[in-house]
Design a protein around this ligand. Structure first.
Ligand code: CTP
Ligand code: CA
Length: 225
């Protein structure tokens, strides 16, 4: 009864977020992707919805059910993810980039399935030319009326330096960093929060528990912002 009468922490907030990998096609049956399972993003979407937020989850291809109360927009490429985010962002108070967005995509997408022996290099190898993808999080953070922007930094080394550099470069109030040895594809996650006041290491937590903790961390910062 008490819980039902207590206003939820994120009531009245619209949160747009990205999750999962992107898939950048090479030809009709092949493409470039990564090992992101989407678990952290989906756990966060669920926790945000349970905290009363209106959640739009722009998701790359994952094998996960959409959390109850979450609006999911399914995309494949970074450019599709960017467009889906931009359609939703004007009304949002918060943007959270959890997706592992491909930094590059093939410059050309073959209309037909590539044949093994066609257009090989003189050394017998094969070259795919890549072109940069848009940085969705940096673009949202630089909007004139930018929402409160949260980034993730999954690094394999130098976590403090790289995470704080990302926060400053993309002009984010909050970055959530972890060493990939402690996170990617695993159940437990050990993260450190980086904001303008310093670094805040959290203990190792399961992704659902961490997601609820991040709701608290976000709500506290939104109340101060
Ligand atoms: N991100 C994004 N669009 C991209 C690349 C990254 O929105 N094209 C977001 C991710 O969702 C994440 C944050 O930016 O929240 C950091 O992503 P990351 O790949 O760690 O940063 P990069 O700037 O791409 O740097 P690098 O890959 O060199 O570490
Ligand atoms: Ca990247």
């Amino acid at each position: 009864v008490i819980a039902a009468l207590t206003p939820k922490q994120l009531s009245g907030k619209k949160i747009v977020m990205t999750a999962g990998p992107t898939f950048e096609p090479i030809d009709p049956v092949r493409g470039i992707t990564n090992q992101s399972s989407g678990q952290m993003g989906y756990a966060m979407a669920r926790a945000f919805a349970q905290a009363g937020a209106d959640v739009v989850l722009v998701s790359g291809p994952v094998a996960l059910a959409t959390p109850l109360g979450v609006t999911r927009v399914s995309v494949q490429t970074a450019e599709q993810m960017r467009q889906a985010v931009m359609r939703e962002i004007a009304q949002a108070q918060v943007f959270v980039g959890v997706a592992a967005v491909a930094d590059y995509r093939p410059l050309e997408v073959a209309e037909h399935k590539l044949k093994k022996t066609a257009s090989v290099d003189s050394d017998g190898g094969r070259t795919i030319t890549l072109t940069p993808n848009p940085d969705i999080l940096a673009e949202v953070a630089s909007l004139p009326a930018a929402p409160y922007c949260v980034g993730f930094a999954a690094e394999s080394q130098n976590l403090d330096d790289y995470a704080e550099a990302k926060r400053l470069r993309k002009r984010l109030p909050l970055v959530i960093g972890n060493l990939v040895s402690d996170g990617l594809g695993t159940a437990d996650n050990c993260v450190t929060l980086y904001d303008e006041t310093g670094r805040y290491p959290l203990p190792p937590l399961s992704k659902p528990v961490l997601a609820r903790r991040l709701v608290d961390e976000l709500a506290a910062r939104l109340n101060k912002a």
